[in-house]
Design a protein. Structure first.
Length: 117
C-alpha cells in the first residue's frame, strides 16, 4: 500500500551539515565600521605593531587590536608612529569581534585597514 515518505539518512546528514556550515559562517561575519581620528598611542615594539589607541571626535579614546591578516604593505602599521608624532589623522576600518581576553569573553575592536585621512 503506502510507502514510507521518510527522507534517507544521508540526506538528513547532508542537510544538518549544510545548516551547521551556514550557522558557523553567519557567526563569523562581522559588520565593518569606520572612524577617523588622531593616534594617541601605538602598542608593540619595533616593526611589530600589535594595537593602537585613537582619539575620535569629542575626545573619546578607542583601542584597536591589529588583525594579523591585515595588508601591511598597503599601509605599514609602523607608519602609525609617524601619525603619532605629527598629529595627522588616520581613517580606520574595523570589526567588532567576540574574543576571549584574560580568559573572559569580550568584544574587541580589530583594525582591518588603516589609511591616511
Amino acid at each position: 500500500m503506502g510507502r514510507s515518505r521518510a527522507a534517507p539518512a544521508h540526506w538528513l546528514r547532508a542537510g544538518a551539515a549544510s545548516f551547521l556550515v551556514a550557522l558557523t559562517i553567519g557567526a563569523c561575519t562581522a559588520d565593518t565600521n569606520h572612524i577617523t581620528g588622531r593616534v594617541l598611542s601605538v602598542e608593540g615594539e619595533g616593526l611589530a605593531v600589535t594595537g593602537f589607541v585613537l582619539v575620535g571626535e569629542g575626545g573619546s579614546q578607542i583601542r584597536f587590536a591589529v588583525d594579523p591578516a591585515a595588508d601591511r604593505m598597503e599601509f605599514p602599521l609602523i607608519h602609525l608612529r609617524d601619525h603619532l608624532l605629527s598629529g595627522e589623522p588616520v581613517s580606520v576600518t574595523y570589526e567588532e569581534r567576540e574574543m576571549t581576553v584574560d580568559q573572559a569573553p569580550a568584544v574587541v575592536r580589530v583594525a582591518v585597514r588603516v589609511e591616511d585621512a
